[in-house]
Design a protein around this ligand. Structure first.
Ligand SMILES: C[S@@+](CC[C@H](N)C(=O)[O-])C[C@H]1O[C@@H](n2cnc3c(N)ncnc32)[C@H](O)[C@@H]1O
Length: 225
C-alpha cells in the first residue's frame, strides 16, 4: 500500500490518475474552490499540497509579499491571498495560470499571475515568503503535464532553482520547500549546498506511510565550496 501511494510512476497509480483526470476536477480548501485541468498537478490524490496548506494556515501573512513558485492549481496562492498576503503565482504551465485566473475571479481573491521558468520572468523582484512544492523525480519531462513531476535527468530544476534563489528572497524572510522521503533528499541538499543553501527541517509529517518534510531554506554566505 505504502509503495503504491508513493510511486507516481507505478502503472496502477498512473492509470488511476489518468482515469480520474480525464476531465477537470474540483478541489476545495477553506471554502476556496479551484478547478484542476487534466494537464495540471492534482492536489486531490497527492499529499504535499494539503500539507503545505495546513502549514501556512497558522502563519500571519497579512501584507506579506508571498510567492508560490510553480503554483499548479493555485489553491495555496488563493489561500495565502485570503489570509491577506500580496501574492504572486508563477508556473511554466500556461493552462495552470489560465485556470487560476478564473478561480481567482470566482473566489474574489487577488493574485498576480506570471508565466515563468523558475525566476526567469521575476527579474529584480524579492519576496518575503516563497513556497515551493517542486517536481522531484529524476527524469526528463516529456510534456508540460510531466513538468509537475520530473525535475530533469540530472536534477536540472534544482540546479537552476538554487542558483537563482538567493537573489529573490528578501533579507530575514523565508523560503519553504516540501519534499517527500520518496525522493533523493540528500542529493537535492547537496545541490543546494553548492550555492550556499542549507535545509532546516521545520515539519515532518507521515500520512499513509509516506513522510513529507517541509524545509526552511537558509542561505549561508559563509559556506565556501
Ligand atoms: C508538484 S507541482 C506543485 C503545484 C502546487 N504548488 C501545489 O502545491 O499543488 C509542481 C509545479 O511546478 C511547476 N513547474 C515545474 N517546473 C517549473 C519551472 N521550471 N518553472 C516554473 N514552474 C515549474 C509545474 O508546472 C507544477 O505546477
Amino acid at each position: 500500500m505504502r509503495r503504491f501511494l508513493k510511486k507516481i510512476t507505478h502503472p496502477f497509480l498512473k492509470l488511476g490518475l489518468k482515469l480520474f483526470y480525464l476531465k477537470p476536477r474540483k478541489y476545495t480548501y477553506d471554502k476556496i474552490e479551484v478547478k484542476v485541468h487534466p494537464d495540471v498537478f492534482p492536489p486531490h490524490l497527492t499529499l504535499s499540497t494539503k500539507v503545505l496548506l495546513d502549514f501556512i494556515k497558522p502563519m500571519n501573512l497579512k501584507n506579506k509579499i508571498f510567492l508560490e513558485l510553480g503554483c499548479g492549481s493555485g489553491i495555496i496562492s488563493l489561500f495565502a491571498s485570503k489570509k491577506g498576503a500580496i501574492v504572486t503565482s508563477t508556473d511554466i504551465n500556461q493552462t495552470a495560470l489560465q485556470y487560476l485566473k478564473k478561480a481567482s475571479e470566482n473566489n474574489n481573491l487577488k493574485v498576480e499571475l506570471v508565466l515563468s521558468d523558475l525566476f526567469d520572468n521575476l527579474k529584480n523582484r524579492t519576496f518575503e515568503y516563497i513556497i515551493i512544492n517542486p517536481p522531484y523525480y529524476p527524469k526528463k519531462p516529456k510534456n508540460i503535464k510531466e513538468q509537475a513531476w520530473f525535475c530533469g535527468e540530472n536534477f536540472e530544476y534544482f540546479e537552476k532553482l538554487f542558483e537563482q534563489l538567493s537573489t529573490h528572497i528578501a533579507k530575514s524572510y523565508c523560503t519553504y520547500m516540501i519534499l517527500s522521503e520518496d525522493c533523493n533528499i540528500q542529493y537535492i541538499k547537496s545541490i543546494a549546498l553548492t550555492s550556499n543553501h542549507t535545509f532546516e527541517t521545520v515539519l515532518e509529517k507521515k500520512i499513509f506511510g509516506e513522510t513529507n518534510y517541509i524545509f526552511k531554506i537558509n542561505t549561508n554566505k559563509k559556506i565556501q565550496q
